[in-house]
Design a protein around this ligand. Sequence first.
Ligand code: KIV
Ligand code: ZN
Length: 522
Amino acid sequence: MTQAIEQDRVLIFDTTLRDGEQSPGATMTHEEKLEIAELLDDMGVDIIEAGFPIASEGDFRAVSEIARRSKQAVICGLARAQLPDIDRAWEAVQHAARPRIHTFIGTSPLHRAIPNLTMDEMADRIHDTVTHARNLCDNVQWSPMDATRTEWDYLCRVVEIAIKAGATTINIPDTVGYTAPVESADLIRRLIDTVPGADEVIFATHCHNDLGLATANSLAAVAGGARQIECTINGLGERAGNTALEEVVMALKVRADIMPWRTQVDSTKIMNISRRVASASGFAVQFNKAIVGKNAFAHESGIHQDGMLKNAETFEIMRPADVGLAASSLPLGKHSGRAALRAKLRDLGVELADNQLKDVFVRFKDLADRKKEVYDEDILALVHAGEDAANDALQLKSLSVTCGTGGPASATLVMEVEGTQKTATQTGDGPVDATFKAVRELHPNEAHLQLYQVHAVTEGTDAQATVSVRLEEDGNIATGQSADTDTVVASAKAYINALNRLIVRRGKTGQDRREISYRDVS
Ligand code: KIV
Ligand code: ZN
């Protein structure tokens, strides 16, 4: 079968669920695999390698179910060059609207030595297994594992055998990440020029990242004539991983001027699937990872932040929205300048006169020297520090709690509510829960608790705890913060502070919704 593909198109073959899952420790559950396959299919990935069906009962079940549920994507199952492997792969993928069997064998001298096959014996094995696969399925991919360390003449010979036996895609793996871009392009180009029948099949590239060259090698292979890139989300994979899907998709998009090959992948879905794969595999994405790292669209230094505020193109070659991110971030730290502080305050709804800004900036620099990252709450606390809380509608007067192993915790709270002192006692699942319930008894409200966070500011058992509470009510958000050596007291004050801010918000109708924060300074 001739594989027709427009020459300006590159197929994206995702192997997160097979090669990616092979990374030590990256095992995903059945449900996680189904969900990731659905996301891959939805984002326009052409081929999903869903697993290695003979490897385990679990892999078989996952590949079968992914095949059954597939929509557009071709669903592929991996098989060694053995008839039972191929039968099992077919059993699993046959349920897909568009099934593919992928069979492989190591062809380099080091890999031929393992099954102890001569070159001729291996050639026969390739012929027999590809023929068998092709009799089951009309879409067959064949890979000479460790192709980049296989003798040139032998590589040409086995690729020709696989094509004659019916393979429709020939994948050329750089299994140990050994090749370099110039060589990668040249290898594919020479194979296409040399091997009889090469123009009847699609050549694929499958690069590992041992030298950090996987994405560059994959794109070079495309320049050499490959029309399928094998990759994984976040570059997950054996050892240093594989070519990262997000990198090739964005490189082709951003540098279409020099790499004029299209993919049908919707890049705006990248961030979502990256996060999903990171949480399912347990492999957190490194902060400085291209495209999907936390810092990929973050700018801290004064010069960069100033440039970004004037024109984002000064320091960004793609828009955050192109990968599904809402916006770039300008985290404030010790390298940040006044322009970024002013912009951040504006975002938070605070407009300061120049002399006030100067004053807050001095205090901000002092804080940034002591703290790695300065959060919105910190900035607002700097602005509001020293503000008089005497006019707040809700004022904590006293709190006592009982908790321990014996039963539910209880809290007795005395609070002034608009000038009237009131008392409530509540039980709860722990002292904080009991305290919050007591606050709600004295000041009934529908505010939804969005965040409750405790930080130890100092060390030791007498550590000062800073508690942040974020509440949401009818689209209004308010944050309260408080510090105390007693975590429960700090929690109560932070909660009451946030409620006080909401009360102020309720009174201010018709204004922009914005976050108001208050820090207890007592
Ligand atoms: O890296 C490799 O060679 C592979 C093959 C199974 C294609 O993953
Ligand atoms: Zn691999």
